[in-house]
Design a protein around this ligand. Structure first.
Ligand code: ADP
Ligand code: MG
Length: 375
């Protein structure tokens, strides 16, 4: 797991695009829990916002409510301050891109892309120019007269993307658009989507269940859990400062120490160990967490052979090395932590060949690098 530096969003003054504002949005299909359960979320003009979460957590329903394909049970949705809750989809003027490209097979690339412009009855020469411009944007210049069947899956998806943005929609909504593509192609198209977002500068709302994809693409991520938003923030905020165990587990690997009770004050106890909690963490939780866990990322865990080698002021726990995995540029020591042998991991140097399975070690980290989260 690597953290990625996101390109900061443009300053508000030069941003284009549309603000999308959801206030107390609920969609109830009459199941045990609402599909979308009282969500409030403001997506800023020009922002790349990703709705991330496991299957069934309400991402698609939320996107369909924004698009107008589903009706609200309650709550409001505004585009640039205008309530659109009762507008049909075509009057919301939003671009949509899905996993299955849904191109018209009997039309050429140019005809597919021109379709939304012909529906809007734009003059022929304007259509020709816009189609040429957008095909250049998605790097399909010269493929105008091809039919979809003559294109690869990735190229077809780029045609669908061109068709979704050619009419300058208020925002682009993308529902797992890369889900059907293989890994390499996905990576390439992620980079394309990022570039296109930068170039067109409009608001993108992107749905995925893939945390790496979300980390790569987004200005901010809204993490969904059973119809609710668990946490909203930049990829770094969610990775570095998860507020809950769900967030910590969903984004990247963690060492997780579930505490018997809550956490309050400047230390916590776990299985015979006492760990310092840094002042910022104490300040972040002014109240008492009744159920809490300590989480530490593998790259923040260091290993020493004996407790006498520990630096001062760090938190530590005895561990047994259960395996060493080779990850290319680094290795991961798999650990059994503490008396109860909780599974954990530490990132270690690729050239530190000394550690082997069965070694008794001490794992340590700095208090500022751990998070105390709601469990
Ligand atoms: P996600 O996109 O995160 O996988 P969805 O928004 O598709 O999740 O679904 C959220 C929940 O709503 C799921 O429990 C799903 O079964 C339910 N759901 C979605 N669409 C409908 C529908 N048309 N009728 C009944 N239940 C639905
Ligand atoms: Mg979905």
């Amino acid at each position: 797991m690597t953290t990625t530096t996101v390109t900061p969003a443009a300053p508000a003054a030069v941003r284009q695009g549309t603000q999308i504002r959801l206030e107390h949005v609920t969609k109830d299909y009459g199941l045990a829990v609402p599909a979308v359960d009282d969500i409030s979320l403001t997506i800023e003009p020009g922002e790349f916002m990703t709705l991330l979460g496991p299957s069934g957590s309400g991402k698609t329903t939320t996107l369909n409510l924004i698009a107008g394909f589903e009706t609200l049970t309650s709550g409001t949705i505004e585009l640039n301050g205008r309530d659109v809750g009762k507008l049909p989809p075509h009057k919301r003027d939003l671009g949509m891109l899905f996993q299955n490209y849904a191109l018209f097979p009997h039309m050429t690339v140019a005809q597919n892309v021109a379709y939304p412009l012909r529906e809007r009855r734009l003059p022929k020469d304007v259509i020709r120019q816009k189609v040429a411009d957008v095909l250049e944007l998605v790097q399909l210049t010269g493929r105008d007269d091809n039919h979809p069947s003559q294109l690869s899956g990735g190229q077809q998806q780029r045609v669908a993307l061109a068709r979704a943005i050619v009419f300058d929609p208020k925002a682009l909504l993308l529902d797992e658009p890369l889900g059907a593509l293989d890994r390499n192609l996905r990576g390439a198209l992620q980079a394309e989507i990022r570039r296109i977002h930068r170039e067109v500068g409009s608001t993108f709302v992107f749905v995925t269940h893939d945390q790496e994809e979300a980390m790569n693409l987004s200005d901010r991520i809204a993490l969904f859990n059973t119809g609710r938003i668990e946490q909203i923030g930049t990829p770094e905020q969610l990775y570095r400062a998860p507020e809950t165990l769900f967030t910590a587990r969903f984004l990247g690997d963690s060492n997780v120490f579930e505490l018997d009770g809550g956490a309050t004050g400047s230390s916590v106890g776990w299985d015979g160990a006492t760990w310092a909690v840094d002042a910022d963490t104490v300040a972040a939780h002014p109240g008492v967490l009744t159920r809490a866990a300590v989480v530490v990322r593998p790259e923040d865990v260091e290993i020493v052979r004996t407790a006498s080698k520990l630096p001062s002021g760090v938190n530590s726990v005895p561990a047994i090395v259960t395996d060493v995995e080779y990850m290319g540029s680094y290795r991961t020591a798999m650990l059994a932590l503490g008396p109860s042998g909780v599974k954990g991991r530490a990132r270690i140097d690729a050239f530190d060949s000394a550690l082997t399975r069965g070694d008794d070690v001490v794992a340590w980290w700095r208090p500022q690098r751990q998070r105390v989260v709601a469990a």
